[in-house]
Design a protein around this ligand. Structure first.
Ligand SMILES: *[C@@H]1O[C@H](CO)[C@@H](O)[C@H](O)[C@H]1NC(C)=O
Ligand SMILES: *[C@@H]1O[C@H](CO)[C@@H](O)[C@H](O)[C@H]1NC(C)=O
Ligand SMILES: *[C@@H]1O[C@H](CO)[C@@H](O)[C@H](O)[C@H]1NC(C)=O
Length: 453
């Protein structure tokens, strides 16, 4: 008896562990925010943890490149995100006025003044002003008071970032197209740029920097200058911000262009160093996605593998690769189609078919009748889709009777993208039905990728 209950307890513990383990971070996916039902609009930003919630702060690109707002979203797990508020909004004139560049907002907390301090790139639409602006707030995701903008220490400032050291001192990381990539010291209240700390001369042509401190080693990450297009990003190390810094090296697979992304931030998520890259889509910036990947740091070496999906264990401060999956095809004959939904040719889709005409006036539906999971758990499902429009499509995805609005940003050509959906699954068979949302057409569905356990 005792032996059996031990075995049962061990088995249950295993199931609970596996259960949590199916919530995954999916680099490069459409991520639907609760509260807007739209793809996350927090580009070029970073993540800060406050009271056990993670806040993602970045640029709203919903309506093109000109400044619209700085957005803030919250998440307990870095997988499911809820829109909270706009921290800065479009003004009638000035730095935050029409047709302005307001990019790469980064926020750090000042323990002495008890203010959240944001610095961001402030510019005219032709990038002629090259300034850094600041704003402050009493709460991380509250309303920020805009302070103004400067050319720090009299130098141009473009892509910028912040680094708060373990002793509370803070630094502006910036790029001056004339002289080079800089680290500058901020004042104790973080509102003034005080003095130069280090300069990489412009012959390197680097930008988009981020610093991560691992033990006593500072890792400095940066990108080459290639506009919105990605390149092989690089890093160097030092035991002091004043140098000497090592030579620059790549950390992602050489030639992969940092898995088609550019460094936005490198953040410490409960001890896991996480790269936050932007996969910019210059022709439709709102469709840009987020490439968040675990960095492996050892001594003075940084490496980063590409991953379709991965799992953060927040309580342990560890991460692991994603689970194995089933890949049910939309065009499978075991699925049910209604009201005009039908199979279409799609050369880039698996099986070269997908299911289109979902939603719209006829109200077409696609139902996967038997999506299996080996445990009852909350899982992150990837939905491979095509959306040939220039704006988002939406679907109501009904999982075992519960509806979820999912956004699908435009895709290019016949190459599918993935949208994520994190939902409870039953042990055994699950029914997943795709319907239109608000009378609109849904995307064409290629297939699902569903964690097995
Ligand atoms: C997270 O790590 C802790 C400690 O190692 C472990 O007990 C727990 O099962 C892990 N959770 C998941 C979901 O793997
Ligand atoms: C989008 O941007 C254009 C051009 O900057 C502007 O005319 C328009 O009002 C904006 N639309 C919204 C919804 O903000
Ligand atoms: C559902 O799929 C599972 C696994 O492929 C299979 O064993 C089971 O027979 C299927 N059930 C139905 C009702 O088709």
């Amino acid at each position: 008896m005792i032996f059996i209950s031990f075995a049962l307890a061990a088995c249950l513990a295993l199931l609970v562990g596996f259960g949590d383990a199916s919530i995954q971070i999916i680099p490069g996916a459409t991520i639907t925010a609760k509260g807007t039902n739209q793809h996350l609009q927090a580009h070029g930003g970073g993540i800060i943890e406050v009271n056990n919630l993670f806040y993602l702060i970045g640029e709203n690109k919903l309506n093109g490149s000109a400044f619209q707002s700085i957005n803030c979203y919250s998440s307990p797990d870095l997988v499911t995100w809820t829109f909270v508020s706009k921290l800065l909004t479009l003004q009638s004139s000035g730095d935050l006025g029409p047709n302005r560049v307001v990019e790469r907002p980064h926020v750090i907390y000042n323990d002495k003044t008890k203010k959240y301090v944001m610095w961001m790139h402030i510019d005219s639409s032709n990038y002629g002003e090259a300034k850094a602006g600041w704003a402050t707030s009493d709460s991380v995701c509250g309303s920020y008071t805009y302070g103004g903008s400067v050319q720090p220490l009299g130098y141009q400032s473009r892509d910028l970032n912040l680094f708060k050291d373990t002793d509370g001192s803070a630094y502006l990381l910036t790029e001056d197209r004339v002289n080079g990539l800089r680290i500058d010291r901020l004042s104790d209240d973080y509102l003034t740029v005080l003095s130069p700390v280090y300069l990489w001369p412009e012959l390197y042509s680097y930008e988009a920097s981020a610093i991560y401190k691992n033990g006593n080693t500072y890792f400095m990450f940066a990108s080459d200058q290639s506009g919105w297009d990605p390149n092989d990003n690089i890093y160097c190390t030092s035991t002091s911000l004043t140098g000497p810094w090592s030579a620059w090296k790549t950390f992602a697979t050489a030639g992969s262009k940092t898995y088609n992304s550019q460094t936005g931030a490198v953040v410490n998520i409960r001890g896991v160093p996480m790269y936050m890259g932007d996969r910019w889509k210059k022709d439709n910036l709102m469709t840009s996605t987020y490439v968040w990947l675990p960095l492996e740091l050892s001594g003075t070496t940084a490496t980063m593998a590409n991953r379709v999906n991965w799992i953060l264990n927040l309580s342990a401060g560890t991460w692991s690769p994603g689970p194995s999956e089933t890949t049910p095809e939309a065009e499978s004959s075991t699925n049910t189609l209604s009201s005009g939904a039908k199979s279409l040719d799609c050369s880039g889709c698996s099986g070269t078919k997908d299911i289109g005409y979902i939603g719209g006036p006829p109200g077409g539906t696609l139902t996967f009748t038997n999506v299996t999971s080996s445990v009852a758990t909350t899982s992150t499902i990837r939905i491979a889709y095509i959306n040939g429009d220039s704006t988002q499509r939406y679907a109501n995805v009904v999982v075992n009777g519960v509806g979820n609005v999912v956004a699908f940003v435009p895709t290019v050509g016949s190459t599918p993208m993935s949208s994520t959906l994190t939902v409870p699954l039953n042990k055994g068979s699950n029914t997943i039905r795709f319907e239109g949302y608000n009378g609109g057409w849904g995307p064409d569905i290629d297939r699902l990728m569903v964690p097995i356990s």
